[in-house]
Write a protein that binds this ligand. Structure first.
Ligand code: SF4
Length: 479
């Protein structure tokens, strides 16, 4: 069956036709040489090229001279095997110059092989020499092979040198990047619930802030809801990794739902701190972004009871400057887990200067994953001319990575996946950094890397290595 060729190449049928024509030309020229030339007779043609008839006992390509019949037929077989190999190259060839070069080589090889098969010798009649130095006694088939091989070699050399001249774009990958232990656990909880209880499984809010993850889970039968009154009685519901308020937990009981908590343990730790300080009657400053689900959940864990504790949300340095508290001597702070370390430190400095007695937490609430990815993007900004951050628009830690890259003086873009890349804009950069927020899967990173490598002649390069080995266990009922 004749294989279809790619658009820029002639069909194989055309190739076969040209091979036939060239083989016929070679056979006719050899026939004429034998008809009109005496053996050993020399007829001058043009300077350095005469007609001179000789019979060459060479085998496959008339370059080997063996009189032993066994060796002779063995090499004849090798000759046909080589033609078979050249033919397989022709079928796969995508380059038009190499394609025609292979046609010439195959035709020449076949011409000499057929000559040898029919006459037992190869007819040579073209004598090339310069003055008294003789070079070749050859025929048209040899000429086809020589020209084809020369074209093939020159084309390959040209490709080699031009590709080595084009400088590759370095695609530098930050480490660590992408999924954190909390996100891994939250997704595992949803998947395990699907396996154990079957679809539909309800999830309150996006389980993690990533469009691709959410769409994949939806396709497996997960239904995302804003509030629990949208969930049918007795259904299975999962709270997202960002955590929920006590009120939401009580609603789940009231609506008789079977709930599982995918709250990241590091968010739960902040909830516990808030509850402890509230019981102690301390005022609490929560550093975070208004409206973010994690902040809503943390605020909803503050129950002062009779203690008189108050909680205040501070979003930026300006709000820290203007904040008024009722107990400046009995005050502490906590923070959202996914903030910018530098921005939070600036806010904390203001709080210390305004409220010198503020109680310092034992450790930062900004989680290890946020901190490590921010450290990595700072490192990346030293190497790269442009940084692509993979993550969804509503992902807090992904937005912080983009902001941080830009603060370090490196332009940056936040994208969900490779389809948002603008290669024309990126073509001016020779070092492009890639990182991903804690909720973006590695498959999206690899999609971006592949697209950049293919479109910008890029080569990927890992910056450092991922040394994170944190793992959070699933709830006992889903293990
Ligand atoms: S980013 Fe941090 S707090 Fe959020 S899920 Fe991951 S580990 Fe937990």
């Amino acid at each position: 069956m004749v294989q279809e060729r790619t658009e820029n190449l002639p069909s194989l049928r055309i190739g076969y036709f040209f091979i036939l024509v060239l083989v016929a030309l070679d056979a006719i020229s050899k026939y004429l040489a034998k008809q009109y030339l005496e053996f050993g007779e020399m007829v001058p043609m043009v300077p350095s090229l005469d007609l001179l008839l000789v019979f060459n006992s060479g085998v496959a390509f008339s370059m080997l001279d063996f009189n032993n019949a066994f060796t002779s037929y063995g090499l004849l077989i090798i000759g046909f095997v080589l033609v078979g190999y050249l033919y397989s190259m022709l079928r796969k060839e995508e380059d038009i110059i190499n394609y025609w070069a292979l046609i010439l080589i195959i035709a020449g090889a076949l011409g000499n092989l057929l000559d040898r098969l029919v006459d037992g010798v190869v007819t040579d009649f073209l004598y090339f020499h310069v003055d008294q130095f003789s070079f070749f006694i050859f025929n048209l088939a040899d000429a086809f092979i020589s020209i084809g091989a020369a074209i093939f070699i020159i084309a390959e050399l040209q490709k080699y040198f031009s590709s080595s001249r084009i400088m590759k774009t370095q695609i530098i990958l930050a480490n660590p990047r992408g999924f954190c232990a909390g996100v891994d656990r939250a997704i595992d909880i949803v998947n395990q619930a699907l396996v154990k209880f079957g679809a539909p499984i309800y999830v309150r809010h996006e389980v993690v802030h990533n469009k691709t993850v959410v769409e994949e889970l939806k396709s497996q039968g997960v239904i995302f809801v804003d509030e629990l009154d949208e969930v049918p009685e007795s259904a299975h519901v999962i709270f997202s990794a960002h955590g929920v308020s006590d009120k939401v937990e009580q609603e789940a009981i009231k609506f008789k739902l079977r709930s599982f908590d995918a709250t990241c343990p590091l968010v739960t730790k902040v909830h516990s701190e808030v509850q402890r300080h509230a019981r102690a009657g301390r005022d609490i400053i929560l550093i975070g972004h208004d409206g973010h689900p994690e902040v809503e959940g943390t605020l909803g864990r503050h129950h002062p009871g009779e203690s008189g504790s108050q909680i205040y949300l501070v979003q930026d340095e300006e709000e820290a400057m203007e904040l008024k508290v009722t107990q400046p001597q009995n005050l502490t702070y906590v923070s959202q887990t996914t903030l910018s370390l530098d921005d939070t430190n600036a806010i904390v400095s203001i709080l210390y200067s305004r409220f010198p007695e503020i109680l310092k937490p034992k450790s930062s609430d900004i989680c290890y994953a946020t901190q490590n990815r921010q450290d990595a993007v700072k490192q990346l900004a030293l190497e790269a001319e442009y940084i692509v951050v993979i993550g969804s628009r509503n992902s807090s830690n992904s937005n912080r990575l983009k902001e941080l890259a830009e603060k370090c003086g490196t332009p940056s873009i936040l994208i969900d996946d490779y389809s948002e890349l603008n290669f024309a804009d990126l073509s001016g950069y020779k070092k492009i950094g890639v990182t991903a927020g804690a909720s973006a899967p590695e498959s999206l990173v690899q999609g971006v890397v592949t697209a950049l490598c293919q479109s910008l002649n890029g080569e990927p390069l890992e910056l450092g290595e991922n040394k994170e080995d944190i793992f959070f266990r699933l709830p006992p009922e889903l293990r």
